[in-house]
Design a protein around this ligand. Structure first.
Ligand SMILES: O=C(O)[C@H](O)COP(=O)(O)O
Length: 208
């Protein structure tokens, strides 16, 4: 039986382009972001992948990315579940600040810790650990059972809500997660074993 789980980071957003911390703010996709989303759909189609069910966050950039992908795949009405559990990590007081200005103010090392460490919380926001604490139960209770039943599943979400899942799926440690980056429009194609461990993983870049 096929146990397919595909995770896609949304296409470039207006705030990605401006280099602003975004978190739970809700900017739209740029023109490139739209192309990346469509390109992710084309890459999935070229790989011969199809889906039975879809999940996305409560944020517009992930929802629009899913819509564009499903359009490319020719299944615009695929059953879709939206849930706040899949939202981006909340960047708290950093939301809306420019990353370079933040580095000038607090130092590059501190900003890197806020962005990539496992358990350092940005002021007023969520660490990756906090993000995992909400993403993982949702994955275990809602998404994984369907994948294990053979429902081919696509999830469009965010850089850090997906890093939360990747840390668990790829068995990364608090040290190795520091180097894990997911590009906008990238599709992580997982096939799972019956015990929910990873049988294979392939990363597809958007076909622009
Ligand atoms: O929320 C954001 O700003 C981005 O989606 C991810 O930002 P990061 O790469 O700084 O974690």
């Amino acid at each position: 039986m096929q146990r397919l789980l595909v995770l896609v980071r949304h296409g470039q957003s207006e705030w990605n382009l401006k280099n602003l911390f975004t978190g739970w703010k809700d900017p739209g996709l740029t023109e490139l972001g739209v192309a990346e989303a469509r390109g992710a759909g084309r890459a999935l189609k070229a790989a011969g992948l199809g889906f039975d069910t879809a999940y996305t966050s409560e944020l517009g950039r992930a929802q629009r990315t899913l819509t564009l992908i499903l359009d490319e795949l020719g299944v615009p009405n695929l059953p879709t579940t939206r849930d706040i559990a899949l939202n981006e990590r909340d960047y708290g007081d950093l939301s809306g600040l420019n990353r370079d200005e933040a580095k000038a103010r607090w130092g590059a090392e501190q900003v890197h810790l806020w962005r990539r460490s496992y358990d350092v919380q940005p002021p007023g926001g969520e660490s990756l650990k906090d993000t995992i604490a909400r993403v993982l139960p949702y994955y275990c209770q809602e998404i994984l059972p369907r994948v294990l039943r053979g429902e081919r599943t696509i999830v469009t979400a965010h850089g850090n809500s997906l890093r939360a899942l990747v840390m668990v799926l790829d068995r990364l440690t608090r040290d190795t997660i520091l180097g894990a980056e997911i590009a906008t429009g990238a599709a992580l194609v997982y096939h799972l074993n019956a015990d929910s461990t990873v049988e294979s993983k392939v990363v597809l870049q958007p076909q622009l």
